[in-house]
Design a protein around this ligand. Structure first.
Ligand SMILES: Cc1cc2nc3c(=O)[nH]c(=O)nc-3n(C[C@H](O)[C@H](O)[C@H](O)COP(=O)(O)O)c2cc1C
Length: 288
């Protein structure tokens, strides 16, 4: 897959045509999941389940912003064994599936949830695994680029037709620092600009979908390593915050691997530790 192109074209789709998603399409996605899907923590067991549009009503109160569920021909549920970093891993995997869907000409939208059991009950999932990530997908309506999904807060989400192409993203310059959080000296010389590969990997990270578009993270380049830092954020829940961290790790690694080869994130205490302001924490680090 041409990750850079897919990442730059992807937008959350919240309106779909009536075109049926065929069994062959679902089978292609499932086969990608079984074969090529990128994993952050390969030893965590997962399972992918598909649910048709008839599941919308059942999901209505269990998933989506403020119980606003995106109506779609298909829903994807990623189940995971309970393990350390299960949501970061699920975010990484589900975002790879989202980009595979984009590659197949389909549109998708992540769906928030807080209670694994509520989703399992709603969909009749009988499994010891936890619900780890949920997304809707189908063929997006062409008008989607004119729809602005205005996420003001969890209780104030407004979908309005406006001339607006995408939810605004924080620029690379606001999320990448040199040696210490907030330090910009020497950064631009190090990462280059538009056509430079490291800049492109950070740009891919800045284009990540995130819960409520919060983008509650940033990077510090320290001792030749790229350190992913989580910023304190009052709106993020633990599940959505960690899923969003998995998504941003996938975007960075997928873009960087085009020239740096396989990128491996070291997580938690295995990551390079750096001093940070209160409330911030090191999530992961990698070297290229
Ligand atoms: C973990 C997670 C949960 C999300 N939950 C929802 C949701 O319930 N409903 C929704 O419409 N969008 C949801 N989104 C999509 C974000 O709102 C969207 O990614 C963000 O507004 C940026 O827009 P973009 O995806 O078009 O770049 C979620 C995204 C993530 C990563």
């Amino acid at each position: 897959m041409d990750y850079n192109a897919l990442i730059q074209n992807r937008r959350s789709a919240r309106q779909f045509t009536n075109e049926k998603v065929t069994d062959a399409v679902c089978a292609e996605l499932e086969s990608y999941y079984r074969g090529g899907c990128q994993k952050l923590v390969p030893q965590i067991s997962t399972e992918l389940r598909f649910f048709g549009s008839q599941s919308r009503q059942a999901l209505e109160r269990a998933a989506g912003y403020n119980e606003f569920l995106v109506g779609a021909p298909q829903y994807l549920v990623l189940l995971s064994e309970k393990a350390e970093h299960l949501y970061e891993n699920a975010g990484f995997m589900m975002e790879d599936l989202v980009l595979k869907l984009e590659d197949m000409g389909l549109g998708s939208c992540w769906l928030t949830f807080t209670d694994s059991k509520a989703i399992k009950d709603a969909l009749g999932i009988d499994s010891p695994l936890e619900v780890a990530a949920v997304a809707a997908f189908g063929y997006p309506q062409k008008a989607r680029k004119n729809m602005r999904f205005n996420v003001l807060s969890m209780t104030n989400v407004d979908m309005a037709a406006k001339r607006h192409y995408f939810d605004p993203k924080r620029p690379v310059g606001d999320m990448v620092f040199m040696d210490a959080w907030g330090e910009t000296k020497g950064r631009d010389e190090y990462i280059g600009f538009y056509d430079d590969m490291l800049w492109e990997a950070f740009f891919a990270a800045s284009m990540s979908p995130s819960y409520l578009n919060r983008q509650a993270y940033g990077f510090v380049i320290a001792g030749g390593e790229i350190v992913l830092v989580s910023r304190p954020d009052d709106y993020n829940t633990e599940i959505d915050g960690n899923l969003s961290l998995g998504v941003v790790m996938l975007h960075f690694a997928a873009a960087a691997s085009a020239w740096a080869g396989q990128v491996t994130w070291k997580l938690g205490t295995d990551a390079k530790q750096i001093p940070l302001p209160e409330g911030y924490r090191v999530v992961a680090s990698c070297s290229l």
